[in-house]
Design a protein around this ligand. Structure first.
Ligand code: PEP
Length: 251
Protein backbone atom coordinates (compact mmCIF):
# COMPACT_ATOMS: atom_id res chain seq x y z
CA UNK A 1 0.00 0.00 0.00
CA UNK A 2 1.63 3.26 -1.12
CA UNK A 3 1.36 6.28 1.16
CA UNK A 4 -0.04 9.25 -0.73
CA UNK A 5 2.06 12.38 -1.06
CA UNK A 6 0.76 15.91 -1.47
CA UNK A 7 3.45 18.38 -2.54
CA UNK A 8 2.91 22.10 -2.99
CA UNK A 9 5.17 23.71 -5.58
CA UNK A 10 5.37 27.40 -4.71
CA UNK A 11 7.43 28.22 -7.83
CA UNK A 12 8.67 31.85 -7.63
CA UNK A 13 6.11 32.89 -5.03
CA UNK A 14 6.35 33.76 -1.31
CA UNK A 15 9.10 35.62 0.51
CA UNK A 16 10.64 33.77 3.49
CA UNK A 17 8.20 35.38 5.96
CA UNK A 18 5.20 34.73 3.70
CA UNK A 19 6.35 31.12 3.40
CA UNK A 20 6.55 30.71 7.16
CA UNK A 21 3.03 32.14 7.51
CA UNK A 22 1.72 29.66 4.94
CA UNK A 23 3.44 26.72 6.65
CA UNK A 24 1.93 27.76 9.98
CA UNK A 25 -1.53 27.85 8.38
CA UNK A 26 -1.29 24.29 7.01
CA UNK A 27 0.56 22.75 9.95
CA UNK A 28 -2.44 21.38 11.88
CA UNK A 29 -3.94 19.78 8.78
CA UNK A 30 -0.59 18.26 7.86
CA UNK A 31 -0.03 16.93 11.36
CA UNK A 32 -3.40 15.19 11.28
CA UNK A 33 -2.91 13.85 7.76
CA UNK A 34 -2.46 10.22 6.82
CA UNK A 35 -0.61 11.26 3.65
CA UNK A 36 2.85 12.82 3.44
CA UNK A 37 2.87 16.60 3.01
CA UNK A 38 5.72 18.46 1.30
CA UNK A 39 6.26 22.12 0.49
CA UNK A 40 8.63 22.92 -2.39
CA UNK A 41 9.93 26.43 -1.87
CA UNK A 42 12.28 28.89 -3.57
CA UNK A 43 15.88 28.51 -2.36
CA UNK A 44 15.76 31.71 -0.32
CA UNK A 45 12.77 30.42 1.67
CA UNK A 46 14.28 27.03 2.52
CA UNK A 47 16.05 27.80 5.84
CA UNK A 48 13.02 29.61 7.30
CA UNK A 49 10.66 26.95 5.92
CA UNK A 50 12.72 24.13 7.47
CA UNK A 51 12.75 25.98 10.79
CA UNK A 52 8.98 26.56 10.66
CA UNK A 53 8.28 22.95 9.70
CA UNK A 54 10.51 21.50 12.44
CA UNK A 55 8.58 19.16 14.74
CA UNK A 56 5.67 18.94 12.29
CA UNK A 57 4.84 16.36 9.61
CA UNK A 58 5.63 18.84 6.83
CA UNK A 59 8.75 18.00 4.81
CA UNK A 60 10.55 20.69 2.87
CA UNK A 61 11.69 20.36 -0.73
CA UNK A 62 13.82 22.45 -3.05
CA UNK A 63 12.50 23.20 -6.53
CA UNK A 64 15.82 22.32 -8.18
CA UNK A 65 19.37 21.27 -7.33
CA UNK A 66 22.71 21.19 -9.14
CA UNK A 67 24.33 17.88 -9.98
CA UNK A 68 27.90 18.85 -9.04
CA UNK A 69 29.14 18.87 -5.44
CA UNK A 70 30.70 22.33 -5.58
CA UNK A 71 32.61 24.69 -7.80
CA UNK A 72 32.27 27.44 -10.36
CA UNK A 73 28.52 27.27 -10.96
CA UNK A 74 27.36 30.78 -10.15
CA UNK A 75 23.81 30.91 -8.87
CA UNK A 76 23.49 27.18 -8.29
CA UNK A 77 22.81 25.18 -5.10
CA UNK A 78 24.30 21.78 -4.18
CA UNK A 79 22.86 18.77 -2.38
CA UNK A 80 25.12 19.46 0.63
CA UNK A 81 23.76 22.97 0.98
CA UNK A 82 20.18 21.70 0.88
CA UNK A 83 20.85 18.95 3.40
CA UNK A 84 22.47 21.27 5.91
CA UNK A 85 19.32 23.37 6.24
CA UNK A 86 17.08 20.30 6.57
CA UNK A 87 15.71 19.82 3.05
CA UNK A 88 14.62 16.23 2.37
CA UNK A 89 13.18 16.35 -1.18
CA UNK A 90 13.92 18.19 -4.39
CA UNK A 91 11.87 18.66 -7.54
CA UNK A 92 13.88 17.75 -10.63
CA UNK A 93 13.07 18.54 -14.25
CA UNK A 94 9.93 20.59 -13.79
CA UNK A 95 8.62 21.50 -17.24
CA UNK A 96 9.22 25.19 -16.50
CA UNK A 97 12.89 24.41 -15.92
CA UNK A 98 13.01 22.29 -19.06
CA UNK A 99 11.31 25.07 -21.05
CA UNK A 100 12.98 28.22 -19.69
CA UNK A 101 16.27 27.04 -18.16
CA UNK A 102 17.58 24.49 -20.64
CA UNK A 103 17.04 21.49 -18.38
CA UNK A 104 17.50 18.30 -20.42
CA UNK A 105 16.92 14.60 -19.85
CA UNK A 106 20.67 14.33 -19.27
CA UNK A 107 20.74 16.94 -16.49
CA UNK A 108 17.56 15.47 -15.01
CA UNK A 109 19.34 12.12 -14.78
CA UNK A 110 22.52 13.60 -13.30
CA UNK A 111 20.49 15.47 -10.68
CA UNK A 112 18.37 12.40 -9.85
CA UNK A 113 21.48 10.29 -9.28
CA UNK A 114 23.14 13.04 -7.19
CA UNK A 115 20.06 13.63 -5.05
CA UNK A 116 19.76 9.91 -4.26
CA UNK A 117 23.46 9.69 -3.41
CA UNK A 118 22.84 12.43 -0.84
CA UNK A 119 19.65 10.96 0.64
CA UNK A 120 17.50 13.67 -0.90
CA UNK A 121 14.31 12.25 -2.39
CA UNK A 122 13.85 13.35 -6.01
CA UNK A 123 10.44 14.33 -7.37
CA UNK A 124 11.12 13.86 -11.07
CA UNK A 125 8.70 15.61 -13.42
CA UNK A 126 7.71 14.23 -16.81
CA UNK A 127 4.93 15.22 -19.17
CA UNK A 128 3.98 15.76 -22.77
CA UNK A 129 3.09 18.97 -24.60
CA UNK A 130 -0.31 19.49 -26.21
CA UNK A 131 1.29 19.04 -29.62
CA UNK A 132 2.77 15.68 -28.60
CA UNK A 133 -0.57 14.53 -27.19
CA UNK A 134 -2.42 15.57 -30.34
CA UNK A 135 0.12 13.76 -32.50
CA UNK A 136 -0.29 10.54 -30.54
CA UNK A 137 3.23 10.32 -29.14
CA UNK A 138 2.42 10.85 -25.44
CA UNK A 139 3.38 7.33 -24.40
CA UNK A 140 6.59 7.19 -26.45
CA UNK A 141 7.66 10.53 -25.05
CA UNK A 142 6.86 9.70 -21.42
CA UNK A 143 8.58 6.33 -21.71
CA UNK A 144 11.72 8.05 -23.00
CA UNK A 145 11.68 10.67 -20.23
CA UNK A 146 11.21 8.06 -17.48
CA UNK A 147 13.91 5.72 -18.83
CA UNK A 148 16.45 8.52 -19.26
CA UNK A 149 15.73 10.00 -15.82
CA UNK A 150 16.35 6.63 -14.16
CA UNK A 151 19.49 5.69 -16.10
CA UNK A 152 22.05 4.19 -13.69
CA UNK A 153 19.64 4.27 -10.71
CA UNK A 154 19.64 0.99 -8.76
CA UNK A 155 16.41 -0.85 -7.96
CA UNK A 156 16.79 -0.01 -4.27
CA UNK A 157 17.21 3.69 -5.04
CA UNK A 158 14.42 3.67 -7.64
CA UNK A 159 11.95 2.84 -4.84
CA UNK A 160 12.75 6.23 -3.28
CA UNK A 161 12.11 8.20 -6.48
CA UNK A 162 8.81 10.00 -6.86
CA UNK A 163 7.66 10.62 -10.43
CA UNK A 164 5.24 13.46 -11.09
CA UNK A 165 3.24 13.16 -14.30
CA UNK A 166 2.60 16.73 -15.32
CA UNK A 167 1.14 17.22 -18.80
CA UNK A 168 2.54 20.59 -19.89
CA UNK A 169 -0.82 21.65 -21.33
CA UNK A 170 -2.38 21.31 -17.86
CA UNK A 171 0.17 23.26 -15.82
CA UNK A 172 -1.08 26.64 -14.69
CA UNK A 173 -3.71 26.65 -17.45
CA UNK A 174 -6.78 25.53 -15.53
CA UNK A 175 -7.02 22.66 -18.08
CA UNK A 176 -6.82 19.62 -15.81
CA UNK A 177 -6.41 16.17 -17.32
CA UNK A 178 -9.52 14.09 -16.71
CA UNK A 179 -9.27 11.48 -13.94
CA UNK A 180 -9.03 8.79 -16.62
CA UNK A 181 -6.41 10.60 -18.73
CA UNK A 182 -4.22 11.22 -15.69
CA UNK A 183 -4.57 7.67 -14.38
CA UNK A 184 -3.90 6.16 -17.80
CA UNK A 185 -0.49 7.84 -18.01
CA UNK A 186 0.38 7.20 -14.35
CA UNK A 187 -0.39 3.51 -14.92
CA UNK A 188 1.75 3.59 -18.07
CA UNK A 189 4.63 5.08 -16.05
CA UNK A 190 4.25 2.27 -13.51
CA UNK A 191 4.36 -0.31 -16.31
CA UNK A 192 7.47 1.38 -17.71
CA UNK A 193 9.13 1.22 -14.28
CA UNK A 194 8.08 -2.43 -14.01
CA UNK A 195 9.77 -3.20 -17.33
CA UNK A 196 12.97 -1.66 -15.96
CA UNK A 197 13.02 -2.99 -12.40
CA UNK A 198 10.18 -5.47 -11.85
CA UNK A 199 6.96 -5.35 -9.83
CA UNK A 200 8.58 -4.84 -6.43
CA UNK A 201 9.86 -1.42 -7.48
CA UNK A 202 6.88 -0.40 -9.60
CA UNK A 203 4.42 -1.30 -6.84
CA UNK A 204 6.44 0.77 -4.35
CA UNK A 205 7.21 3.87 -6.38
CA UNK A 206 4.93 6.85 -5.84
CA UNK A 207 3.58 8.44 -9.00
CA UNK A 208 1.88 11.81 -8.66
CA UNK A 209 -0.33 13.83 -10.96
CA UNK A 210 0.23 17.56 -11.42
CA UNK A 211 -1.52 20.10 -13.61
CA UNK A 212 -4.19 22.45 -12.30
CA UNK A 213 -5.10 20.13 -9.42
CA UNK A 214 -7.30 22.12 -7.07
CA UNK A 215 -9.68 21.88 -4.14
CA UNK A 216 -12.54 20.87 -6.45
CA UNK A 217 -10.95 18.23 -8.68
CA UNK A 218 -8.45 16.69 -6.22
CA UNK A 219 -10.75 14.03 -4.75
CA UNK A 220 -11.52 12.51 -8.16
CA UNK A 221 -7.91 12.45 -9.27
CA UNK A 222 -6.62 11.09 -5.96
CA UNK A 223 -9.18 8.27 -5.99
CA UNK A 224 -7.60 6.76 -9.14
CA UNK A 225 -5.77 3.45 -8.84
CA UNK A 226 -2.34 4.66 -9.92
CA UNK A 227 -2.28 8.28 -8.76
CA UNK A 228 -0.40 8.36 -5.46
CA UNK A 229 -0.72 12.06 -4.78
CA UNK A 230 -0.33 15.46 -6.37
CA UNK A 231 2.21 18.11 -7.25
CA UNK A 232 0.23 21.28 -6.89
CA UNK A 233 1.22 24.75 -8.03
CA UNK A 234 -1.36 27.55 -7.86
CA UNK A 235 -3.67 25.88 -5.34
CA UNK A 236 -0.78 25.25 -2.93
CA UNK A 237 -0.43 29.00 -2.35
CA UNK A 238 -3.84 29.21 -0.66
CA UNK A 239 -3.79 27.47 2.72
CA UNK A 240 -7.49 26.56 2.68
CA UNK A 241 -7.30 25.02 -0.82
CA UNK A 242 -4.09 23.13 -0.05
CA UNK A 243 -5.63 21.77 3.17
CA UNK A 244 -8.70 20.61 1.24
CA UNK A 245 -6.39 18.71 -1.12
CA UNK A 246 -4.48 17.16 1.81
CA UNK A 247 -7.76 16.03 3.31
CA UNK A 248 -8.88 14.59 -0.04
CA UNK A 249 -5.71 12.46 -0.06
CA UNK A 250 -6.60 11.09 3.37
CA UNK A 251 -9.96 9.79 2.22
C1 PEP B 1 3.21 22.66 -10.92
O1 PEP B 1 3.75 23.72 -10.62
O2 PEP B 1 3.88 21.63 -10.90
C2 PEP B 1 1.78 22.67 -11.25
C3 PEP B 1 1.19 21.54 -11.50
O3 PEP B 1 1.17 23.89 -11.29
P1 PEP B 1 -0.43 24.14 -11.32
O4 PEP B 1 -1.02 23.28 -10.23
O5 PEP B 1 -0.57 25.61 -11.03
O6 PEP B 1 -0.92 23.74 -12.65
Amino acid sequence: MRKKLIAGNWKMNNTPSQGVALINEIKDTANNAVCDVVVCTPYICLPAACEAAKGSKIAVSAENMHFEDKGAFTGEISADMLKEVGVTYTVIGHSERRQYFAETDTTVNLKTVKALANDILPIVCVGESLDQRENGITFDFISMQVKLALKGVSAEDAKKVVIAYEPIWAIGTGMTATDEQANEVCLFIRETVKSLYGADVSDTMRILYGGSMNAKNAAGLLAQSDIDGGLIGGASLKAADFCTIINAANA
